[in-house]
Design a protein around this ligand. Structure first.
Ligand code: NAD
Length: 269
């Protein structure tokens, strides 16, 4: 088991110059109990060699992993898998926010989590994790005769669709409503909407940080549960909370529920 840090947690940030990476770099630098010791960017990225925190931006995690206590990664599936393999070799705690993994890649992420403590969530905002619970409750109570549809809206530069959060919402709603089938989008002569379907729809426009709405509709009424992120700070705050949570944990896969459960325990004590 990796020992908990004793003074400051030395953090390496993968995807350091991305939209999430930039917000996280500032937030980590502002934490009294953390020190940003290096950033990792794609090989050939113009920022490689620039200072970041108390160190530099490089393109090889292997060169800085010995001097860090934890890694936080919001980059791309290929980058995250490569870096996760390196961190797994050293058993380094890892917070992973990247989305868009294929089923095969996800299997490898799960396998690697046997070798290191991994906090992995497609959405680190506290509000979305409360939405998961509300959706489970609503889909379970309204399982008979209510159609379930999910609409997600993101900025035009987002690379994967549907969002990891929308997939997770659909899986939660499917389980809670008795195993419905998930249909991504709708097109052509679809016929009447089958009752055992959950429709998931992706909108890409402008600079929207992220919005998710779950609609439960029947004759005469419609319940809509919506979460809107207005900037990336909510995700970054959750990732920083996950960094503190994951440090010193035994190897395995943890999610935001685990992170929030610890917080609830603490506030209750
Ligand atoms: P982005 O494209 O702005 O940033 C990705 C960064 O990763 C870029 O700077 C890119 O150069 C870098 N990168 C690419 N290849 C790399 C490599 N081999 N090594 C190191 N860095 C590399 O994207 P973003 O909006 O910051 O999102 C990043 C990821 O995080 C996406 O998968 C996104 O869906 C996800 N995301 C998750 C959450 C969450 O709460 N879990 C929130 C927002 C975004």
């Amino acid at each position: 088991m990796v020992q908990p840090y004793h003074t400051e947690m030395r953090v390496v940030l993968v995807g350091a110059c991305g939209r999430m990476g930039s917000v996280l770099a500032e937030l980590i630098a502002a934490q009294a109990d953390m020190r940003l010791v290096a950033g990792i960017e794609a090989f050939g990225h113009p920022a490689v060699g620039r200072p970041l925190g108390t160190g530099f931006i490089g393109s090889e995690l292997g060169k800085v992993i010995d001097g860090c206590d934890a890694v936080v990664d919001f980059s791309t599936p290929q980058s995250s898998l490569a870096n996760l393999r390196i961190a797994a070799n050293q058993g380094r705690p890892y917070v992973l926010g990247t989305t868009g993994f294929t089923a095969v890649e996800l299997e490898e992420v799960r396998d690697l989590s046997r070798l290191l403590p991994l906090a992995f969530a497609p959405n680190f905002s506290v509000g979305v994790n409360v939405l998961y619970r509300l959706v489970a409750e609503a889909a379970s109570v309204l399982r008979d005769g209510y159609d379930i549809e999910i609409v997600e809206v993101h900025h035009r530069k987002k690379k994967d669709a549907p969002s990891g959060t929308a997939k997770q919402l659909a899986e939660i709603a499917a389980r809670a409503s008795g195993g419905r089938r998930i249909a991504y989008g709708r097109h052509g002569q679809t016929g009447e909407r089958p009752g055992d379907e959950i429709g998931v729809h992706s909108v890409r426009t402008g600079d929207v940080t992220g919005e998710h709405t779950v609609i439960l509709g029947t004759d005469g009424e419609r319940l809509e549960l919506t979460h809107k992120a207005s900037n990336r700070m909510a995700f970054a705050q959750g990732a920083v909370r996950a960094l503190r949570f994951i440090s010193g944990k035994p190897s395995g896969m943890y999610d935001m529920n685990d992170v929030l459960a610890r917080h609830a325990d603490r506030s209750g004590s």
